[in-house]
Design a protein around this ligand. Structure first.
Ligand code: SF4
Ligand code: SF4
Length: 448
């Protein structure tokens, strides 16, 4: 079994709507026994009530394409495969172990060969796939954010369809601002400076900087490095690393995802660390699955698999090493599970253990915390109606617990939930659990 690329654009027309990528993977479709256990877990099925927008229905469509009963360019295949969030809530509840996430990426690649993705998707993937374009894009974003234009635009623009996406984009950008500023303003004097950073006994680590994380949430990467060092890890910088490729893979651009993944494997190999630390759930899930991405490339598959073995969510590393306790940070947090941490990586308790190491933090789990927020990579932008509906439900759930801040360990979720809060005029900001641990260590004087 291997994940293989289909033909390039030159042969696309000759192949027509054939299910090239899916056809090479037809065995992955076989385990589905049509039991329907996955249906109640699916946010799109729950909202739309259409079997075609359920995991079982989408697998049925994939099978129909593979068997030649449905064209990959048909509206049915394009619409329902496109409408999937890729949240993978259907995987852990499936008794047959259907690899839905992998199949979805192959279905999207097949769909893209039959009909090119929309302009917005193509533009965002082109920007994220180029370090130069990405750098310029995020520099403009940081400027708009710093002068307050992002928040102002999000509030001032009307909800007209033609401007709805710009309004949402600006709200998402505004939501990337420093969510800790309110808590930091209440920081007491440093309580003690007698607890210096531990030695490097926990092992060596390099941190994935990421694309959105590096461009708009650089403070979280800084907090990640500091808290890892404070827990005994030797942190090494890695030059030449790139976007993890998750956005490309989820959109069906598997060739683009492999190009970025290869660059990361080569860059991290050069420093030879024990672990690759990731603080973005979507990136961690994608990098842990690099072995699957390169199954069809025997020359690189072994290296990709060895790399994937070393990838850890930052909460896994911190829990392995303690984490040590710092000074109290009194506040209540509304915690929401990112899909790609809980469903794709099977990690739910470790970020809560990180928060549990911060005295004074009262964790309130958001009702329905295991359901997608509607952000789902670029879904919130490409599907403003359904993504907005799902996001609106999430924001109401977040607000229902009445916490000081919302908290979730994934930049896409932080942007989606933060944008919803901004558009509602809500006072809560959104933070990453690492930011609260970092604040706790700042207050304890660990970095003094
Ligand atoms: S739970 Fe698994 S086996 Fe059952 S219908 Fe859903 S995907 Fe198929
Ligand atoms: S990935 Fe999420 S939206 Fe897509 S079929 Fe599975 S549960 Fe439904």
């Amino acid at each position: 079994m291997s994940v293989t690329s289909g033909p390039g654009p030159a042969t696309r027309s000759a192949q027509g709507g054939l299910a090239i990528a899916l056809d090479a993977q037809r065995e992955r479709l076989l385990p589905c026994v049509h039991c329907g256990f996955c249906l109640p877990a699916c946010p799109t099925y729950n909202r739309l009530g259409d079997e075609n927008d359920s995991p079982r229905g989408r697998l049925h469509l994939m099978k129909a394409v593979v068997e030649g009963r449905l064209d990959a360019g048909s509206d049915a295949f394009q619409t329902h495969i496109d409408r999937c969030l890729g949240c993978r809530a259907c995987e852990p509840v499936c008794p047959s172990g259907v690899e839905y996430g992998t199949l979805l990426e192959l279905a999207r690649e097949t769909a893209a060969w039959a009909r090119a993705p929309g302009f917005l998707t193509r533009t965002l993937l082109a920007v994220m796939g180029s370090s130069r374009l990405r750098g310029a894009f995020f520099a403009v974003g940081r400027l708009l954010r710093s002068v307050g234009l992002a928040g102002l635009g999000a509030r001032a623009l009307p909800k007209w369809a033609v401007l709805a996406n710009a309004r949402l984009g600006l709200a998402m950008l505004a939501a990337t601002g420093d969510g800790m500023s309110g808590l930091r303003a209440a920081r007491p004097d440093v309580t003690s400076a007698d607890a210096p950073a531990r030695g490097a006994g926990a092992g060596s680590v390099a941190v994935l900087e990421g694309c959105v994380q590096d461009g708009l949430f650089g403070r979280i990467n800084g907090a990640t490095e500091r808290t890892l060092r404070a827990n005994g890890y030797a942190v090494t910088a890695v030059r030449g690393q790139d976007c993890c490729g998750a956005l490309h893979a989820h959109a069906g651009d598997l060739a683009g995802a492999r190009r970025l993944a290869r660059r990361n494997v080569e860059a991290f190999e050069r420093v030879g660390v024990d672990h690759v630390a990731v603080n973005a759930a979507g990136c961690g899930a994608a990098m842990k699955e690099y072995a699957t991405l390169f199954e069809g490339d025997p020359d690189f598959a072994g290296r990709a698999a060895a790399f994937a073995e070393r990838v850890r969510d930052v909460s896994e590393l911190l829990v392995d090493a303690g984490p040590r306790r710092g000074a109290p940070v009194p506040c209540s947090v509304a915690y929401d599970h990112p899909c790609h941490l809980q469903h794709a990586q099977g990690i739910a308790r470790k970020p809560l253990a990180v928060l549990g190491a911060v005295d004074g933090v009262e964790v309130r789990i958001v009702p329905g915390a295991d359901e997608c927020c509607g952000g789902a990579g670029i879904y919130g932008m490409t599907h403003p109606d359904l993504g907005g509906r799902i996001g609106g439900d999430k924001v109401r759930a977040v607000r229902s617990v009445g916490a000081d801040v919302a908290c979730t360990p994934n930049p896409g979720c932080m942007m989606q939930i933060g944008a919803g809060l901004r558009l509602e005029g809500a006072p809560e900001s959104v933070v990453h659990p690492i930011e609260l641990l970092d604040e706790s260590y700042q207050r304890a004087g660990y970095y003094a």
